[in-house]
Design a protein around this ligand. Structure first.
Ligand code: SF4
Length: 381
């Protein structure tokens, strides 16, 4: 994977979309950026809100972002918020040629975009082949056809399977040129008709497609989406934050087991998403991913503590993780947990939540937290 590239997002809200999916309102998610880069854009495509940025606007945005490049080696120009390969072929080539110019000027290194699985075809991949596209992200959402239908996606799980195999073939063809090419998959949890079982099954099925990375988004009820109407009618009930964090944690573990990086959990924090008027309901948290990592650390601590006390012969039942408080209280007055400095907040949890929970389980044991930069970021000692 490209390590920490500078990604310069160019939002093309709903451009190339065949219709509006039930959960989606990209205009809300990307509104601030959209108004900045698309003031003089021409409207086209089926959605009245669809717009394409001009070369000048892309250039300005790139120059603005390059000020924050720092020591990063790789710069990617990213077309997000729409269905890139659903644009008219001429427009795809036009946007890619703008990006190519920026590559020629050494301002950016490569291009990435997000697109629907049903737009990945031999023809569309041939169209992008002359350009330095390094990453294609597919909006998979779910691998369950009933869930996809209820979300009004207009494609099936089979389309994703087909897209994944076409992208693999494409990658094998461009490999001799030494050009980096990665495929990402975006999944949504909390869709109508979805549950823990179908979401975990989606994660399992995605691992067999071997993407280079995944993103997991919880469904947030956005004003202007069809889900918002269903929510008001009472036919859609969003997930609670707690159950969503627990589900995403289980999905994360599935991907981790298959060495597939989860590069994002939760929607990007933006001013508009914190605006209650745009966001009606759902498991929103500005640091959703942090909550998931904190849960993972909490589980690890419980497992570690229990393993230690089982080894010491205090509690012989290794299955009863976190439930032998009486034994621990009697024998262990203090536990020192050591982590890498960058993992300290994950260990503590949001507002020290993990430490409070440990105290609830082991009320008479003192928990001390220390840091050690020589430890791995995922390690707890
Ligand atoms: S989810 Fe993707 S395809 Fe569906 S309306 Fe939103 S941007 Fe378009």
């Amino acid at each position: 994977m490209n390590i920490n590239p500078l990604v310069i997002p160019i939002f093309i809200p709903h451009s190339g979309c065949p219709h509006q999916c039930a959960f989606c309102n990209q205009s809300i998610i990307t509104d601030k950026v959209k108004t900045r880069i698309t003031e003089q854009c021409k409207s086209r495509y089926k959605s009245p809100k669809a717009t394409l940025p001009s070369q000048e606007q892309i250039r300005q945005e790139v120059d603005r972002f390059l000020e924050y490049k720092g020591s990063r080696q790789e710069v990617q120009l990213a077309f997000f918020g729409g269905n890139f390969l659903g644009l008219e072929p001429d427009d795809i080539s036009l946007l890619l040629s703008y990006a190519q110019d920026l590559v020629n000027e050494n301002k950016i290194n490569s291009i990435r975009f997000s697109t629907r699985p049903d737009t990945i075809t031999r023809e569309s991949l041939e169209l992008i082949a002359p350009y330095p596209v390094s990453t294609v992200e597919i909006g998979v959402q779910s691998m369950n056809d009933t869930v996809l239908k209820m979300a009004q996606r207009g494609h099936t799980a089979k389309d994703t399977i087909k897209a994944a195999s076409l992208l693999k073939l494409y990658k094998s063809k461009i490999q001799p040129t030494n050009q980096i090419f990665e495929t990402g998959m975006q999944i949504m949890v909390g869709l109508l008709g979805d549950n823990d079982e179908t979401a975990l099954d989606t994660a399992q099925k995605i691992t067999s497609l071997e993407p280079d990375f995944v993103r997991i988004y919880p469904l947030i009820v956005l004003e202007g989406s069809l889900i918002a109407k269903w929510y008001r009618q009472g036919t859609y009930k969003p997930m609670s934050l707690d159950s969503c964090v627990k589900l995403v944690k289980e999905m994360f573990l599935i991907f981790q087991k298959h060495n597939i990086p989860v590069v994002r959990m939760g929607l990007q924090s933006s001013d508009l998403l914190q605006d209650k008027a745009s966001m009606l309901a759902g498991p929103w948290h500005p640091a959703f991913g942090h909550l998931v990592y904190s849960e993972l650390f909490f589980d690890k601590v419980l497992e570690l503590v229990h393993k230690k006390i089982a080894m010491a012969g205090i509690c012989p039942d290794t299955e009863k993780v976190g439930s032998c408080n009486t034994n621990l209280d009697r024998h262990v007055s203090e536990i020192i947990l050591t982590v890498h400095p960058s993992s300290l907040s994950r260990l503590r949890g949001d507002k020290n939540h993990n430490i409070k929970r440990l105290k609830d389980i082991y009320p008479s044991t003192e928990f001390q937290i220390r840091t050690d930069a020589s430890l791995d970021k995922h390690e707890i000692m």
